[in-house]
Design a protein around this ligand. Structure first.
Ligand SMILES: Cc1ncc(COP(=O)(O)O)c(C=O)c1O
Length: 417
């Protein structure tokens, strides 16, 4: 492959040469779809990351290794420099993945049947990790303000749930996938106060922490106040920030000693403490030398968002792109399309030949929405936007016969059927 300029995000890399979950899934291949679905980027990683991995292969022994102090220093320096957030070495507990961190928190701090609060629309594994571990979901939907296109937490209903249903844990997503909110200091402080008052442990999934657009700022819950710091766990990873989620590297930040000991005990009981040596090489290089790449990729993603937003405003003015404050995901409201979700989904799949992430996978409030991954070359997004606009515009102009087919119950639709 020809050597790429590190900041060339326009060149299309053929990910079909790999077992990419996004590009080589059975559905994408069988139906020849253009995928803007799974939340990874279609961009090459920072040059320093590739170089560090290549350097490591010069020593072709891949035996067991531990997490060095240099790795922990790189993590601490990153949080200090990027987020003005000082952490201590002993707060860091390595985990294989962020969702593993959610599962470990469930096992460490709850019993079978206990209740856990989530705020949909939210990343689908927030549902599954609770129910698959035989705990019960308590749903506190985000409030959607359809005029301002902004989502907020409904803290009144949350307090009522805390008081009446006595959950043990609350899962926060900060920044929030899929709605793109980067929660403010004030919102987190109110939330943290409620968690403390009702003795609900706050588990914050901050995998998108580094992906924040100008004008917004990521606030780590551990930095909100002393009380919140001792009643919270932050789950972190460089996976999304530097496009290395397939390497599997993440860590929890736990300031409170007792919480940390319980969390670590479960990790140990599940024999999940060993490290992936390539992942730690990549993570260390990314944290040490990846800041400029991240700034540039964020600019590029922001321009992609503007392209999608202006295209839809011009061509399908009733469709609304929720302005993201962070993440590389666009959450698009198609509820005014005149089609129900199943019809919309059918049009996008069979007419536009697009694979988007279906809104209902994020909870009932996602009906009529699609999540579109903006971390792709501009040409890919342009092609996808064109297909989307054409297919929906045509379907609205000539309500097609195939819509009737959908009136029959379908078993094939994953989200609705
Ligand atoms: C909010 C959120 N948490 C966790 C993950 C996955 O994390 P991991 O692969 O480290 O389990 C994702 C991936 O899309 C995500 O968006």
């Amino acid at each position: 492959m020809k050597k790429l300029d590190e900041f060339d995000f326009d060149t299309v890399l053929d990910r079909r040469q790999t077992d990419s979950s996004k590009w080589n899934s059975a559905e994408v291949l069988a139906e020849n779809l253009l995928p803007l679905s799974v939340a990874d980027m279609d961009f090459a990683v920072p040059a320093a990351v590739t170089q560090a991995l290549v350097n490591r292969t010069a020593m072709p022994v891949y035996g067991y290794e531990f997490q060095s102090q240099a790795l922990k220093d790189a993590i601490m320096a990153w949080h200090d420099q990027r987020h003005d957030f000082e952490i201590r070495t002993d707060w860091i507990v390595f985990t294989p993945g962020v969702v593993n961190g959610l599962a470990i928190s469930i096992l460490a701090f709850t019993e079978r049947g206990d209740r856990i609060v989530i705020q949909p629309p939210v990343y689908p594994p927030f549902f599954g990790v609770v129910t698959e571990n035989t705990r019960r979901l308590l749903i506190n939907p985000l409030h959607y303000e359809a005029v301002s296109l902004r989502y907020t937490m409904d803290l009144n209903s949350l307090e009522k749930l805390f008081r009446e249903k006595k959950p043990r844990l609350m899962f926060l997503c900060n920044p929030h996938n899929p709605v793109g909110r980067v929660w403010t200091q004030e919102e987190l402080s109110l939330l943290g106060g409620l968690c403390e008052k009702y003795e609900v442990l706050l588990i914050s999934d901050d995998i998108h922490a580094d992906l924040v657009f100008p004008g917004h700022r990521y606030h780590p819950v551990l930095g909100i106040s002393k009380a919140v710091k001792n009643n919270a766990i932050q789950l972190m990873s460089p996976g999304k920030s530097f496009n290395i989620p397939g390497l599997r590297f993440s860590y929890a930040l736990i300031a409170d000693r007792a919480l940390r000991d319980r969390f670590s005990a479960v990790l140990s009981a599940l024999a999940l403490t060993k490290t992936n040596i390539m992942a730690k090489v990549a993570a260390q290089a990314a944290y040490r030398d990846g800041a400029q790449w991240l700034d540039r990729v964020l600019e590029y993603i922001r321009e992609n968002y503007l392209l999608l937003e202006t295209t839809l405003a011009r061509e399908l003015p009733w469709a609304k792109v929720i302005p993201p404050e962070g993440t590389f995901l666009a959450w698009v409201d198609f509820n005014a399309s005149g089609f129900d979700h199943r019809q919309l989904s059918y049009i996008l799949r069979t007419q536009a030949r697009l694979m988007l992430y279906e809104g209902p996978a994020f909870g009932d409030a996602g009906r009529g929405f699609m999540r579109i991954n903006l971390a792709c070359p501009r040409g890919t997004l342009q092609a996808a936007a064109k297909r989307l606009v054409r297919a929906i515009a045509q379907a609205r102009e000539h309500p097609p016969g195939f819509i009737e087919i959908l009136d029959r119950p379908s078993k094939s639709c994953k989200c609705c059927g």
